[in-house]
Design a binder for this molecule. Sequence first.
Ligand code: AMP
Length: 287
Amino acid sequence: MQVIEEPALLTAWARSVRERGETIAFVPTMGFLHEGHLSLMREARKRGQHLVVSIFVNPLQFAPGEDLERYPQDLAGDAAKCREIGVDVLFLPSPDRLYPEGFQTRVQVGPLASGLCGASRDGHFSGVATVVLKLLNLVRPTTAVFGSKDYQQLQVIRRMVRDFDLDIEILGMPIVREPDGLAMSSRNAYLSPSERSQASVLQRALGEIQGWVDEGTRQADVLLSRLRGLVEEQPLARIDYITLVDAETLAPIDRVENRPILAALAVRFGTTRLIDNSLLRPGERDA
Ligand code: AMP
């Protein structure tokens, strides 16, 4: 496994791969790798002859007061996991290398980025789209793999790739969970034991909603108030948002109809903000 820190070296490596007619699959991450990341990397391993993984905690996507300075890190552990999976290039740029003095251009994202996490994380998705565009241009992969835990991020990136005519396949992978259902996240490391045990409510609550839909409840406000009730039973939970949206446009819905609907939430436990989501199947009575 090659470790590359310099963007120009990555570009040169990727060019030589392409000149040989070989393919590259790419997984961008912020590191502190867990099974969720590894599932993307294993899939990517099958999708290209060469696998590039990046670890970069992107300052552009953190608002002031968020956890940029304390984001967990374990470079040695991450490198060992990458080696085990068969990563060819681990790209570890520094912020100065990706954003040298004079850097000033950003991707302006559209309405997909304004609700859900975009409503409380100012500038977040513009920062995500900007770094992902830079990374895609450096690596020029045939396929890039993302997790649907960050569902809105995945939609924003798919949109950007279409809007900017990038010739790259974007692959979304399912959410990998802990045994109690909590979605794996590098940020789970922040949770105290009591926060950690209460956090499993998120997936339990998202699982209940499907049952209510199957029993015939279709009104979004009824479903959402039940969902809130479940989450609020946990004394340490502070809801940022809980919503039902059209899975394509991410616009809030009033009723669950026979089209893809996403239940999505962001909830704080102490200082840790967790997100999770679930795609609803249309109710059996509609079938
Ligand atoms: P991050 O390091 O948090 O920026 O995540 C890097 C990639 O891993 C993103 O595409 C995430 O959606 C994905 N990812 C993070 N957690 C999970 C998970 N539990 N299951 C699947 N993918 C995940």
